[in-house]
Ligand binder design. Structure first.
Ligand code: PLP
Length: 391
């Protein structure tokens, strides 16, 4: 029977590649999973006070539907967090979602029309393109300079009357690049000049290694900024699915969006109730696990980058998040990056993600490694990669 044409464009390389791994595993061989950015699958665990808040909420029978916009206490705690980062925001500007993923879906649903274009830095986190396509739009990649700063000329050249939004993902997945204040300011200026929504994903705001993180709120002024953030990474709540949309309260241009987003929030009823109660504790409770996590990740990043460099695999040093995105010297051995990733899996059991899954223009010819695993696992994976490359 007929299925919708819309769904054909939906891809998620990070999980799509796992189907190959399942076949490999069925043959009884061991897999080293370096494909999914889930810290809780490794040695980063949800802090006890957050788990306790969740369990107690369940046991108190707070298991009913929450308000569609989100639990008022959580929305208030989010206002405090995002205000500290510089965004002008009130409780009315916050919608709690089942993860940033749902927030992104709702955002694209309310701003993308058929044939409208959404600008995103290449390479990009795949759902930005998938949701754009799902709602009939076209993802348009713009270039970054070698130092990870946006190439403003390239961006300007890609703006057309159909451009609707500019996405900023900082720190970035898959490259770990972090935009500095000046770059953010330049992006906001261009978006303002061309009447573009600014969709800014700050899910890795707490996972930055070498520089200060600057929130988009610091430079947003009255620009139509839609901030996406959540609890998966810094608060180690990946499986619980909690995130939010926060709108710049200074922006008059967001009036239509502000009116429509709560409708989408109501039609999907609400975000998970006990998880929202735990999320309040995540924001208000002790934050001590975060610097410990960042220190551990910095050491793992340094180790993986050192090993890749010693194999002459070129990669930029990631400044945030937990991914590294090396270039592959394909030569005549591999047709493309996907074939490289599958060959690496079949030969060694090391599962990574092909770069073209993060955009054909800037992702192709690369692969993404997640460096969340403990050093002994990373060492094993790097040894296998080294042997594989020297074949
Ligand atoms: C940039 C970015 N945004 C959003 C997400 C998904 O977030 P959530 O778990 O809140 O849906 C990820 C997960 O890897 C990500 O890398």
């Amino acid at each position: 029977m007929k299925v919708s044409d819309r769904t054909h464009g939906v891809e998620y390389a990070i999980r799509d590649i796992a189907t190959y791994a399942r076949k490999y595993k069925a043959s009884g061989r061991e897999i080293i999973y370096l494909n999914i950015g889930d810290p809780v699958k490794f040695d980063f665990k949800t802090p006890d006070h957050i788990k306790k808040a969740m369990v107690e909420a369940v046991m108190r029978d707070e298991n009913y539907y929450a308000e569609s916009e989100g639990l008022p206490e959580l929305r208030q705690a989010i206002v405090e967090k995002e205000s500290e980062k510089g965004l002008s925001v009130t409780e009315e500007d916050v919608i709690v979602t089942n993860g940033v993923s749902e927030g992104l879906d709702m955002t694209m649903a309310s701003i993308v029309d058929p044939n409208s274009e959404v600008l995103m830095p290449g390479p990009y986190y795949p759902p930005y393109a998938s949701y754009t396509k799902f709602y009939g739009g076209r993802p348009v990649e713009f270039k970054l300079h070698g130092d990870g700063k946006p190439d403003l000329e390239d961006l300007r050249a890609r703006i057309t009357p159909r451009s609707r939004a500019l996405c900023i993902i900082s720190p970035n997945n898959p490259t770990g690049e972090v935009f500095d204040r000046k770059s953010l300011q330049q992006l906001i200026d261009i978006a303002t000049e061309h009447d573009l929504y600014v969709i800014c994903d700050e899910i890795y705001d707490k996972i930055v290694f070498d520089s200060q993180f600057t929130g988009i709120g610091k430079v947003a002024k009255d620009a139509p900024v839609i901030l996406l953030n959540g609890f998966s990474k810094a608060y180690l709540m990946t499986g619980w699915r909690c995130g939010y949309i926060a709108m710049n309260s200074n922006s008059k241009k967001l009036a239509g969006f502000r009116e429509d987003i709560p409708k989408l929030a109501r039609v999907r009823i609400a975000a998970n109730m006990p998880v929202q109660i735990a999320a309040v504790q995540a924001l208000r409770g002790p934050q001590t696990h975060i610097p410990k996590m960042v220190d551990k990740l910095r050491a793992r990043r340094d180790y993986v980058v050192k090993r890749l460099n010693s194999m002459a695999m070129h990669c930029k040093v990631p400044r945030g998040a937990f991914y590294v995105f090396p270039k592959i010297d394909l030569g005549t051995r591999w047709k493309d990056d996907q074939q490289f990733v599958i060959d690496l899996l079949k030969s060694t059991g090391v599962l990574t993600v092909h770069g073209s899954g993060f955009g054909s223009t800037y992702g192709s010819g690369h692969f993404r490694i997640v460096y969340l695993a403990p050093e002994e696992i990373l060492e094993k994976a790097m040894d296998k990669l080294e042997r594989f490359m020297s074949k």
